[in-house]
Design a protein around this ligand. Structure first.
Ligand code: 5AD
Ligand code: SF4
Length: 448
């Protein structure tokens, strides 16, 4: 029996899909990338923006033909959009067999058995629950691992649907995380990414509280883990203690993803972000003072209700001041049930698109400028796979998360190699394999 899993959205969903695959493999399914050959199809969905939801509807619609031709194939829709839309998916798509929520993954095998034995279509959505096993995972990659450390979110940023579809924030016990990472190190995993909506608030609700900095420090002592990434950091909970831990430990990457969302104090307040532009600039200054080579990336939303041209210019100003290595930019998308969805929004979509384009132009210029500073320097690169840029070309990631393409043998995939940057492009770098062993060089970012 074959299982086809398609994952939409963020790394948390990718991690959930790895848990889903584990459960399916235990039921006797094996993974396939050929949908027409599958006996079960799982769509693990995203609803963070309306567009993601619309695309999902197109995707599910496309499965009708397949189901008509192959009546026995089970079509299951899980993830954040299921949690949000619940029975609506079952009602809108009569050929969908199972709809399950973000907190219903552990019971998926039971739901599948029930669907097969009773013939009844199922919608199972829990509103709260924390049956979370980080060990039972069928990982997509042998040398990189995603590790959720907090699930859910308590911040209630006013635009965000995540707290409604992922539940309240809960932390996984440090002992479990450490044990899991030790096992992974023993299996040859080189890079781990700790995941949470706000990793900085890790540990608050544990019986024995443990801060994120303490957790990171413990993890960094595990032998053979070469790179520790984490995301997402929230500026309101970002501590100097954390910056110091990142500096001290060689295997914690010098890269921080720190979503700014907006550069105007008025909009930050409306977004319920809990910091001002000055607070944010102070954090950046501290990071740059303590770890000059640290790269900083961000998320920005354009066109939040009530945002005026002058607020948008504040965002541009912040981008110029901070000189982010990269920004993930989004046009505001109202999500039903959130506070911001109730706010009056007078800016026309065409105007928002214009601002968005302006933002991209500024950021692309900065990203390109920052990448150019890396030319002729040598860095450690984790080789992730073959590159699309040409024959015999490989693709890898630098510590700062930038992609580098370079010529090399595919047997290097899964190892860390030294690469000298030969050329910067806006969205990636070109490089050359270096023969020398040590590649660790300081890269000073943000300062000309
Ligand atoms: N509209 C647009 N972007 C959003 N994000 C979250 N909610 C919305 C929304 N309603 C963005 C934020 C967040 C990223 C993952 O998605 O920038 O950091
Ligand atoms: Fe959403 Fe804010 Fe939580 Fe991030 S921190 S998931 S933006 S509510």
């Amino acid at each position: 029996m074959k299982a086809y899993i398609e994952t939409f959205g963020c790394q948390m969903n990718e991690s959930d899909s790895e848990r889903i695959l584990y459960l399916l493999e235990n039921m006797g399914y094996s993974k396939t990338s050929d949908i027409s050959d599958s006996d079960i199809i799982i769509l693990n969905t995203c609803t963070v923006r309306e567009k993601a939801k619309n695309r999902l509807y197109g995707h599910i619609g496309n499965l009708k033909k397949l189901k008509d031709e192959k009546k026995d194939v089970l079509i299951c829709v899980g993830g954040c959009a299921s949690q949000d839309l619940k029975e609506k998916i079952i009602d809108d798509f009569p050929f969908v067999d199972i709809v399950f929520g973000t907190m219903n993954i552990p019971e998926l095998p039971k739901l599948i058995e029930k669907r097969i034995s009773t013939g009844k279509r199922i919608c199972s959505i829990k509103e709260e629950g924390f049956d979370y096993n980080i060990f039972n995972v069928s990982r997509a990659c042998k040398f990189k691992a995603l590790i959720p450390i907090t699930i859910g979110c308590d911040n209630y940023c006013s635009y965000c649907i995540v707290p409604f579809v992922r539940g309240r924030e809960k932390s996984i016990e440090p002992e479990k995380i450490i044990k899991n990472i030790r096992e992974l190190a023993g299996e040859g995993v080189l890079e781990i990414t700790l995941l949470g909506q706000n990793v900085n608030s890790y540990g608050k609700n544990l019986d024995k509280p443990c801060t994120f900095s303490e957790l990171l420090e413990k993890i960094s002592e595990i032998e053979n883990i070469k790179r520790i990434r984490f995301m997402t950091s929230h500026p309101k909970d970002f501590s100097d203690e954390l910056i110091n831990v990142i500096r001290e430990k060689d295997n914690i990457v010098k890269h921080i993803h720190l979503p700014l969302q907006a550069g105007s104090d008025k909009i930050l307040k409306e977004m319920n972000r809990g910091y001002t532009r000055e607070d944010y600039l102070n954090i950046v200054e501290n990071i740059r003072n303590i770890i000059p080579e640290c790269s900083i990336t961000t998320d920005i939303i354009v066109g939040f209700p009530g945002e005026e041209r002058k607020d948008f210019l504040d965002t541009l100003d912040m981008i110029e001041r901070v000189r982010f290595n990269r920004a993930f930019t989004f046009i505001y998308s109202p999500r039903a049930g959130t506070k911001a969805a109730e706010l009056e929004d007078r800016i026309q979509p065409a105007e928002k698109r214009k601002w968005f384009k302006e933002l991209l132009e500024v950021q692309n210029r900065i990203s390109y400028g920052e990448n150019k500073k890396l030319a002729n320097k040598k860095f450690e690169v984790l080789v992730e796979g073959k590159s699309t840029k040409g024959n015999n070309m490989l693709e890898g990631r630098m510590e700062n998360n930038e992609i580098v393409n370079f010529k090399g043998d595919k047997k290097l995939i899964g190892s860390i190699v030294p690469v000298t940057i030969t050329e910067a492009r806006s969205f990636y770098l070109m490089g050359e394999l270096s023969n020398e062993k040590s590649a660790r060089e300081k890269l000073v970012i943000g300062a000309d």
